[in-house]
Design a protein around this ligand. Structure first.
Ligand code: NOJ
Length: 783
């Protein structure tokens, strides 16, 4: 942790903006005035007076190069010269970006383009996927990954990332869990805000900074059945309480962009949703930036069944407040005729154009169209040069993302001696270690798990390898996953042949490290699963390895919670590695051999089976809660499965042990508006130095609407030497006790509150205090 803080400070000197600045983006930076010297609104007003309708509509077009016939480079260059493109995404090298910006500079009004990209967990250096970053529970680590992403992306000439992705999800079936930060509102909000600060700094135009476009607004993670692009139907209370706060946190942190989600919300697609894009986003939250429709979303409103044709869809989107149309010819084709027919107003177009131009002004592009991309003479001779990577930071962050799920009889850490059998197709995969949405990462530069282990043991131990099983071997699934990008490369041998070889290999070893899970493409967009167990014979492989009697260490590579009942009961040790990025193999080896003590905690509940979904820790109690001490038939339960999760939210072990004292409160009773300090003493009661995450949960047990059994409201990662103890305190403020009532008003209701502190969401120490009504106000409720 200390190293992460030091690396963060070092980056302060590399970039001109504060790395972890807490102040929101500084708005129109005076230093980026265009040559005319005008301030932002005056400049844009004058510019818009000179623009033709076609040029205005052109500004609303966001194009991915070579994605579709209208986007072939030569066609695109002609369009840019004609002032018919506003921004580009998926162009990621300085020469390519400069070529397109040159075309914009040749256009009549020379309005520069901005360049965006999906920089989600690293740009050239790849950090752990979102779920891995969230597993660190370390905002300094998250910020470090964001700073380096911004430095590398702006170094390639980019101006904006479509990140952070803060969609809350309680459904492991959804493939896009991998991109986000899990199920919890508080944790995801803190991470989202941290990343916005890290990307944008105080001035998004400064070298080393990029703009953040938070996504997917809104509620994309709540799609029914976890099936991608499906619909969302949700009560307003749940929206405002649980699902909307992370977007708001990113916007409060200064996010300049918002990407609109593809799903419908209570019947109205987000892209056509005036309530969402105007009432909530602009009026309630005061968002002043640019909104971006997702890929093809405008046209999709026809299939959603709310638009009769493309013109209708364009009308709905522009009047709802979707500024930029992504990879979509809809605005280009339809806005002009819609205006001429009086179906939309000039003001609808002008408002959107102004939002786009503001972003360009704030990026300093009117002062210097080549601000981030610089001059050709300064281009790196080799875009993928090793020297452009930040390996040390990637390794530090990846180490903290690993979650120890089980460790019987101190199977881990392993000794660097004897013979170790490494089994599993994922063990040697560089591509999978990067995870999906791995921006400009290069698989050849990634340390695979096997390589990491080999580097760690050198000549001290012997490593054996067997593939053991394909990750997926159903030909239909393989075909699906390989549709657009080769994801699966299957070994043609039979399951049994591969298992036999693995068993023979295991028999020669002292310990088996089995690397199983998913390929990166299985936890991606359009990669929803109805079965979340291990596929492709991987479970049979584990059973055969177990039968050898050798200690079995299961290392998981996956982008969603998996149902791992057999593994939990039978493996000697289990380590959740997610997809850990460029330095993943080294980081996993650091933990497996005990050079680093694991400290990650799960940001998402692991269910026992797909049938338990949705399963999340902050559920309501119901009128008939299941009590495992007194199991009863007529309670809320399944009769064929236990109620609880396989691994709870916030869970993760260490090679040492920690004790948590009873909770001390600074007061047993407090008046409305006051604060209470809750403290525990955490002691490292084991033999090794280590770190853990102390988690604060609150509950309002009697309120005007039913409130969750507990909700995360604070966390602190603490580092303790063996035998050391530390007091950890949280200040509970009024806002932590508030919720949206039935009238959608944010209220704090007096009465008793429960305080829980522990090292995961289930194992907690409890205390309670009374919140009294403010002087002269209504009487306290019961409880
Ligand atoms: C579609 C995805 O939903 C979105 O997350 C991404 O940013 C865009 N494509 C651009 O690649």
């Amino acid at each position: 942790m200390k190293k992460i803080r030091m690396l963060g400070l070092l980056l302060l000197s590399l970039a001109s903006a504060p790395a972890f600045a807490q102040a929101p983006m500084a708005g129109p930076a005076a230093t980026h005035r265009p040559p005319t010297g005008e301030d932002r609104e005056a400049y844009i007003t004058r510019l818009m007076r000179q623009m033709t309708l076609d040029e205005k509509i052109g500004q609303l077009r966001l194009v991915s190069v070579d994605a579709g016939p209208d986007a072939h480079k030569d066609v695109l260059i002609r369009d840019i010269e004609a002032g018919k493109v506003g921004g580009i995404f998926n162009t990621v090298t300085r020469p390519d970006i400069r070529l397109l910006q040159d075309a914009a500079v040749r256009s009549r009004l020379k309005i520069p383009l901005f360049f965006a990209y999906d920089v989600l967990h690293g740009h050239r250096t790849i950090f752990p996927i979102g779920l891995g970053l969230a597993s660190t529970w370390n905002l300094d680590a998250v910020a470090l990954s964001g700073r380096i992403s911004a430095i590398e992306a702006s170094g390639d000439g980019l101006n904006m990332t479509f990140s952070p992705m803060v969609d809350i999800s309680r459904d492991p079936r959804w493939g896009r869990n991998s991109e986000g930060f899990g199920e919890d509102t508080y944790l995801v909000s803190r991470i989202g805000a941290t990343l916005v600060h890290a990307y944008q700094g105080a001035d998004p135009a400064a070298p080393g900074n990029i703009l953040a476009a938070v996504k997917h607004f809104a509620l994309y993670g709540a799609i029914e059945g976890g099936r991608d692009y499906n619909t969302v139907d949700m009560s307003p209370q749940r929206m405002f309480q649980d699902y909307l706060p992370p977007y708001k946190a990113a916007i409060d942190a200064g996010a300049a962009g918002v990407m609109i989600s593809l799903n419908a919300i209570n019947g109205v697609p987000a892209t056509a949703n005036k309530w969402l894009l105007q009432d909530v986003l602009r009026k309630q939250w005061g968002f002043k930036g640019v909104t971006i429709s997702d890929h093809g979303a405008i046209m999709e409103m026809i299939k959603h069944g709310v638009a009769a044709d493309g013109a209708d869809a364009s009308r709905l989107a522009i009047t709802a407040g979707a500024d930029l149309s992504m990879s979509d010819t809809m605005y280009g084709q339809n806005l002009k005729p819609l205006l001429q027919a009086g179906r939309i107003k000039q003001a609808d177009i002008d408002r959107a154009v102004r939002d786009v131009l503001r972003v360009k002004y704030d990026l300093g592009l009117f002062q210097n169209a080549y601000r981030h991309v610089g001059v050709a003479a300064d281009d790196p001779p080799d875009t993928n040069a090793e020297s452009r990577l930040h390996r040390q930071a990637a390794r530090e962050v990846a180490r903290e993302s690993l979650v120890l799920l089980k460790n019987d009889n101190q199977t881990l850490p392993l000794k660097k001696q004897g013979t170790i059998a490494v089994v599993g197709a994922l063990a040697k995969s560089q591509r999978d270690m990067m995870g999906n949405w791995s921006a400009a990462g290069v698989p050849g530069q990634v340390v695979s798990l096997y390589q990491g282990l080999a580097d760690a043991v050198g000549d001290k131990a012997t490593l054996l390898y067997a593939r053991g099983a394909n990750v997926v071997d159903d030909p239909e699934i393989v075909k699906y996953l390989n549709l657009y990008e080769k994801d699966i490369e299957d070994d043609p041998r039979t399951r049994q042949q591969m298992i036999d070889e693995a068993v023979e290999t295991a028999k020669k070893a002292d310990v088996v490290v089995a690397v199983v899970g998913e390929t990166q493409g299985m936890a991606h967009e359009a990669s929803s699963r109805s079965d979340i167990t291990l596929l492709g014979g991987q479970e049979d492989l584990l059973k055969a390895l177990k039968a050898t009697g050798k200690p079995l260490v299961v290392v998981l590579m996956n982008g969603r919670p998996l149902a791992l009942g057999w593994e939990k009961d039978n493996a000697d040790a289990m380590l959740e590695a997610w997809f850990a990025g460029t330095e993943g193999g080294h980081a996993v080896a650091d933990v497996l051999f005990g050079d680093v003590n694991p400290s990650g905690k799960l940001p998402m509940t692991f269910p026992r089976s797909v049938g338990q979904i949705p399963m999340y820790y902050n559920h309501l109690n119901t009128g008939r809660p299941f009590d495992p001490q007194h199991p009863d038939k007529y309670t809320s339960r399944y009769f064929d499965a236990p109620n609880g999760p396989l691994f709870p939210f916030g869970y993760g072990l260490s090679y040492t042990t920690f004790d948590v004292s009873d909770v001390k409160l600074s007061a047993a009773s407090v008046r409305m508006g006051g604060t209470v300090r809750a403290s525990v003493t955490v002691r490292n009661s084991g033999q090794r130095d280590g770190a853990t995450v102390v988690q604060l949960y609150l509950q309002d047990p009697v309120a005007s609407i039913s409130r969750p059994v507990k909700e995360l409201k604070g966390f602190q990662k603490v580092v303790l030497k063996a035998g050391e103890q530390k007091e950890v305190s949280f200040t509970i403020k009024q806002d932590d006790l508030s919720f949206y009532n039935n009238d959608l008003k944010r209220v704090v209701e007096p009465g008793r509150f429960n305080v829980y502190i522990g090292l995961d969401s289930e194992n907690v120490k409890a205390a309670d205090f009374e919140l009294r009504a403010a002087k002269g106000e209504g009487k306290a409720k019961g409880g």
